[in-house]
Design a protein around this ligand. Structure first.
Ligand code: GLU
Length: 502
């Protein structure tokens, strides 16, 4: 039975990546689930950059994350680049805000300075474990007198700020996992800041989710243990509780958490490997969700209609690259040729075959112009067989090269002797040189050559050597397509060069 979808007046969700690396596949997937929830409810999808880890965060990564999300089609309506009512949307620009909340917590004695050294904390941890207790903080600094705190601070002693967690059970309803219960005794007094101007994740996230009016926090299951900490902080400060939904982890086929050692994990590298955003979106959503029937192909629009967060499974989702490849092939075949060409152009550029000119492109090897229409004609020839866009350069480079490398033996159809190949090419050359530029169309070329091929016991004896002479390849698009795209002069020159090998 289909579950009832949640309808709230205003759904506001966020993706909160830390710019400490490229856009990870898992982060993009979390972004997608959030995006769908927002879109299907006329809500807002917000991008917040959690860059409080100053050492590991870079502007480069932030830029890469934003580009990756845009490329996938996961556009936000509020974010660091476009602003919004509840900004700024970069945590390092919100330090004053966190400081106020920290000061308030300290004043109300809901948080305290802790001056314990690393060695001391480690010893405490080991001791607690040795007596079979959770290795939480002992609470040693919780009751330090104000004078002592002041003295320590004045002396510049190293310190952190800890939240005094009330002893209680934290209960919440997760949209995916149902009712969950945590005992705060297992959490202890966690560090919420390294100083008044250095808040840590669990603290900053609570303030931001509240001030940005986040209605739902949809994130990976790896954050599940943070949620009770965040709820305790919300309670202590009298802030909103968003609804939580923890998505199952993405697992590699070996059932371990998907990570770098399993190969590509950044969206950027999927793009560079020639995957289409549609294929990745369709693939990602199935890592945790399914429509409840056999359908496998979903565009973003249909997902906005049909996705249901309550149908997300609890168990880990297995990453199956074959499925992604299948979807990629499917989306490549279903793209309009012009659109597909636009996606292929960066790969042709990267391979050094063409370069952008003002309103058109230039073939690098020859300097000739090649416009979008011609590029589309070339790309279309391979639309059916392309599995990754990155293959396009290898498949089509002979269209762009001045000289192609050719091996004599490849020109032979089956057991043809050198002499026969030479004759065959000569006949092609002579019949083709009769065709004037104006009549150099695929239909005309096809008609002429097929007619001539009737004189041979097998068509291959005429068409194979010709096609290889034009392309240098044993496998390529058909000779009539190649001839019509290469044009009269280039085609005849290639036939002449091939003949010289024999
Ligand atoms: N900055 C956190 C991360 O990248 C955000 C987690 C959350 O959504 O609360 O994992």
């Amino acid at each position: 039975m289909p579950s009832e979808k949640i309808k709230l007046d205003k759904i506001r969700v966020r993706l909160a990546p830390s710019p400490t690396g490229y856009l990870h596949f898992g982060t993009a997937r979390v972004g997608l689930f959030n995006y769908l929830l927002a879109k299907q409810n006329n809500g807002s999808f917000i991008l917040r950059i959690e860059d409080t880890d100053k050492e590991r965060s870079t502007k480069e990564f932030e830029k890469g994350i934003m580009e990756g999300l845009k490329w996938l089609g996961l556009e936000w309506s509020e974010g660091p680049d476009i602003g919004g009512e509840y900004g700024p949307y970069r945590q390092t620009e919100r330090l004053k805000i966190y400081r106020e909340y920290l000061e308030k917590l300290l004043k109300e004695k809901k948080a305290y300075y802790c001056f314990c050294s690393e060695e001391e904390l480690e010893a405490q941890r080991q001791y607690r474990m040795s007596i079979g207790e959770a290795p939480i903080y002992s609470g040693k600094c919780a009751d330090m007198s104000e004078e002592e705190v002041k003295k320590n601070l004045a002396e510049g002693k190293d310190c952190v700020i800890r939240f005094k967690a009330p002893v209680k059970k934290v209960v919440f309803n997760d949209l995916i996992r149902g009712r969950l219960e945590f005992d705060s005794k297992m959490i202890g007094d966690t560090v919420i800041a390294k100083g008044l101007d250095s808040p840590l994740y669990n603290f900053a996230v609570v303030i931001d989710d509240h001030l940005m009016k986040i209605s739902h926090v949809v994130r990976g299951e790896d954050h599940l243990s943070n949620t009770p900490k965040q709820i305790l902080l919300q309670e202590a400060m009298g802030l909103n509780h968003p609804v939580y939904a923890h998505l199952p982890l993405v697992m590699a086929p070996d059932k371990t958490k998907l990570s770098k050692r399993h190969g590509t994990v950044s969206i950027e590298s999927y793009r560079d490997d020639g995957y289409l955003p549609e294929a990745l979106i369709n693939f990602m959503v199935f890592l945790g969700w399914n429509p409840g029937d056999e359908r496998e192909i979903f565009s973003m629009d249909s997902l906005v209609k049909e996705f249901d967060i309550k149908r997300v499974q609890k168990g880990g989702a297995i990453f199956n690259i074959e499925k992604l490849n299948y979807l990629n092939g499917f989306y490549i075949r279903s793209k309009k040729p012009e659109k597909l060409t636009e996606f292929c152009i960066p790969f042709l550029e990267k391979a050094g075959l063409i370069e952008k000119k003002k309103d058109t492109y230039a073939v690098k090897d020859t300097g000739e112009d090649v416009d979008l229409e011609e590029l589309t004609a070339i790309v279309s020839l391979y639309q059916e067989r392309l599995k990754h866009l990155s293959e396009i350069a290898n498949l089509t480079d002979f269209f762009f090269k001045k000289d192609i490398s050719l091996e004599k033996d490849k020109l032979k159809w089956k057991q043809m002797a050198d002499e026969d190949v030479k004759n065959s090419l000569e006949r092609s050359e002579s019949v083709l040189s009769e065709i004037k530029d104006a009549n150099w169309t695929k239909e005309n070329l096809e008609k002429t050559l097929l007619k001539m091929s009737e004189e041979y016991s097998s068509r291959g004896e005429l068409l194979w050597p010709l096609r290889v002479a034009l392309s240098g390849r044993e496998a390529s698009a058909g000779p009539f397509d190649i001839l019509s795209i290469l044009g009269r002069e280039k085609s005849l020159n290639r036939i002449k060069s091939a003949k010289k090998l024999l």
